[in-house]
Design a protein around this ligand. Structure first.
Ligand code: TXA
Ligand code: MG
Length: 346
């Protein structure tokens, strides 16, 4: 299959909408990461997503809408007052809510679960595509399973060339990490995957918010994941990744030591660091993660892809404080490192 790459224009959106209606897959931009979309109400189309990604069949998809009135048919019962407050505050935006599903949502979308994840993306091209398709769009991130999520159309092409007919190019994604996933089926909102909408922002609007314990550690032997996606080692670079945490100076010294030791034994090490710290690493090979936590959210997945490209086999990354959007950054970084985190001594 030939994969076409088209800039977002009204004509390209119409073509993409038509492909979706025909049961085909389209790569498209959102404000978080690029999605791989299919008609959410067509079980055969949804199966193609799993094939193209090489995604395990037990990992459910998010259904994307472009108008609030598209929500009611997808869910069973009414959204709770907390859900309504969150929708008012952060939709459209980088937030996904989980509700009990209705019968119109195929089991292939929810991987057999009785709940459905729904998101109203803010990106105008994503909204225009859903409008053009005239139906909700099921979309995971548009990477091959196990690769970092794509934040540019070129990343989608790297992973999906020859597997899908069309990619819409809307430039680099603004947020750079996937949406916050919140389970709304319990007594309080529960964050299953942290993202751009932070626990602080959720608690402010919904009164309280729990964070699933699996967010900042690997699952224990025999533990059942509340969000099936959490049990897979995502965002994995080819090289072994170590996160170093502690005070700035100590972290820089520790990373220099680890880098030099890796070089000594013949590895090809690479450092991922905040922009302002790069000079401190001298002529060691280092890539910038941006100026702060928000910059890291934006840059992280692209740098992990760069690390693969360079052929680095020992990666050392600085940590960031796990609050605000930093929680999402540390969740993704932690999972990429299989939670291999070392503490730098003072
Ligand atoms: O920002 C995003 O959310 C992007 C863009 C394209 O919208 N999409 C995305 O999809 O990241 P994906 O498939 O890569 O991640 C969806 C996550 C997975 O961890 C999955 O297990 C979880 O949401 N999920 C989906 N439906 C669920 C459900 N019914 N219950 C629990 N977790 C669910
Ligand atoms: Mg994904």
């Amino acid at each position: 299959m030939q994969t076409e790459l088209l800039s977002v224009t009204p004509e390209a959106i119409q073509r993409a909408g038509e492909l979706i209606r025909q049961g085909q897959l389209v790569g498209f931009p959102t404000e978080t990461v690029y999605g791989l979309g299919a008609n959410a109400l067509d079980a055969d189309a949804v199966k193609r997503i799993f094939e193209a990604k090489g995604r395990p069949g037990d990992n459910p998809l998010i259904v994307h809408i472009s108008r609030i009135d598209q929500l009611a048919p997808l869910i069973s019962g009414e959204p709770s007052p907390a859900a309504k407050a969150l929708m008012d505050a952060w939709w459209p935006g980088p937030m996904t809510l989980i509700f009990p599903k209705s019968d119109v949502v195929p089991m292939d979308v929810t991987a057999g679960l009785s709940t459905v994840a729904v998101r109203f993306p803010a990106h105008p091209a994503a909204q225009a595509l859903i409008d053009a398709a005239q139906r909700p769009i099921a979309a995971p991130s548009a990477n091959r399973s196990g690769r970092p999520s794509p934040t540019t159309a070129a990343h989608v092409m790297e992973d999906m060339d020859g597997r899908i007919p069309l990619i819409l190019d809307g430039g680099a994604c603004e947020v750079g990490l996937e949406s916050t996933v919140i389970d709304m089926t319990g007594s309080e909102p529960r964050i299953l995957r942290p993202g751009g909408v932070t626990p602080e922002m959720i608690a402010q609007v919904a009164g309280s918010a729990g964070v699933d314990p699996a967010v900042m550690r690997p699952l224990k032997e025999g533990e059942v994941a509340r969000s099936p996606g959490m049990k897979y080692r995502h965002y994995a670079p080819t090289g072994a990744l170590t996160i170093v945490k502690g005070a700035d100076g100590a972290v820089i010294r520790k990373i220099c030591d680890l880098y030099d030791a890796a070089l000594e034994v013949g590895n090809r090490p690479l450092i991922l660091a905040l922009e302002g710290h790069l000079p401190a690493y001298g002529d060691r090979k280092a890539l910038s993660l941006g100026a702060d936590a928000a910059g890291m959210a934006h840059a992280l997945f692209a740098r992990l892809r760069d690390a693969d490209e360079i052929g680095a086999d020992a990666l050392f990354s600085e940590a960031v404080a796990a609050d605000g959007v930093g929680l999402a950054v540390m969740n993704r970084l932690g999972r990429a490192a299989a939670f291999h985190i070392v503490e730098a001594d003072e």
